[in-house]
Design a protein around this ligand. Structure first.
Ligand SMILES: [Zn+2]
Length: 268
């Protein structure tokens, strides 16, 4: 099979970080605002996760894409600016991490526009791509992506290669739960009670998924969250993974924007 990637690369690797901070907890249940202990798990993202992660990415010299809810850009402006000023791509991730409801198109339009507006006002940027909170799309979402001038979505789980959504010029950069830190690590004894995994177990899963995609030539699209991956043992694991991937010939590390732009060229 001929490589679809630039310079004959065998695999494309995207490192993406959804900077949700407290918004994930607040959108799950607004009453969490009165549970400082609960939302402190999210606040770990801006307090510790983001600066540590930026240090790691800088040392490893790899590109990355951060998807930031508008509310987070407003509340944690300094950290959002640090990400932007370090040169990483910033994509759209809703306003307060509201999960779009198919029966409430007006609500989805409002949150979408509010999130866009906040990124523009606070960070002075227009994102190229959209990652829906919880990867949840409605029949309206791709229309909003286009209307707001973006050209990629990173939400669907139906392929290991990018594709262009039929009848549009929007590139899909597929994701999957296997390559997400949340199902392995996120925990709360009351609200999210499930076993946490050892970073070694998760390293094995991500390493092998990379090896499989390296054979297939697909897109390795990793989704992490600064409040989750940003703990010491997990950041060590992420660094080990990045170094493992770098040890292979023909790996194209790229941002979402770069992968989508490339795919629009080769898909024509
Ligand atoms: Zn999120």
């Amino acid at each position: 099979m001929t490589s679809p990637w630039p310079n004959g690369a065998r695999v494309a690797v995207m490192l993406t970080f959804d900077f949700d901070a407290e918004s994930g907890w607040l959108s799950r249940d607004p009453s969490h605002k009165d549970r400082p202990g609960v939302i402190s798990q999210g606040r770990y993202g801006p307090n510790v996760g983001v600066p540590r992660l930026l240090d790691l990415l800088r040392v490893e010299q790899v590109p990355a894409t951060f998807f930031i809810p508008g509310w987070v850009a407003e509340q944690h402006t300094e950290k959002a600016r640090m990400i932007k000023d370090a040169g990483y791509e910033i994509g759209h991730h809703g306003y307060l991490h509201e999960r779009a409801q198919p029966e409430d198109p007006e609500g989805e339009k409002r949150s979408f526009a509010r999130g866009m507006g906040a990124l523009e006002r606070v960070l002075g940027l227009k994102p190229s791509g959209y990652r829906a909170p919880s990867w949840d799309l409605t029949p309206l979402t791709l229309t909003l992506v286009k209307q707001h001038g973006m050209f990629y979505s990173s939400n669907m789980m139906d392929n290991v290669f990018p594709y262009v959504h039929p009848g549009t010029s929007i590139v899909e950069l597929p994701v999957q739960w296997t390559l997400d830190d949340a199902p392995f690590f996120m925990f709360h004894p009351t609200f999210l009670n499930r076993p946490m995994n050892s970073p070694e177990v998760v390293y094995g899963i991500w390493r092998d998924e990379f090896l499989g995609l390296y054979e297939w030539g697909g897109l390795f699209n990793l989704t992490c969250h600064p409040h989750t991956i940003g703990h010491p043992s997990r950041l060590l694991m992420l660094r080990k993974l990045i170094r493992f991937i770098k040890g292979h010939e023909g790996v194209w590390f790229a941002t979402g924007r770069e992968v989508a732009q490339h795919w629009l060229k080769v898909a024509r």
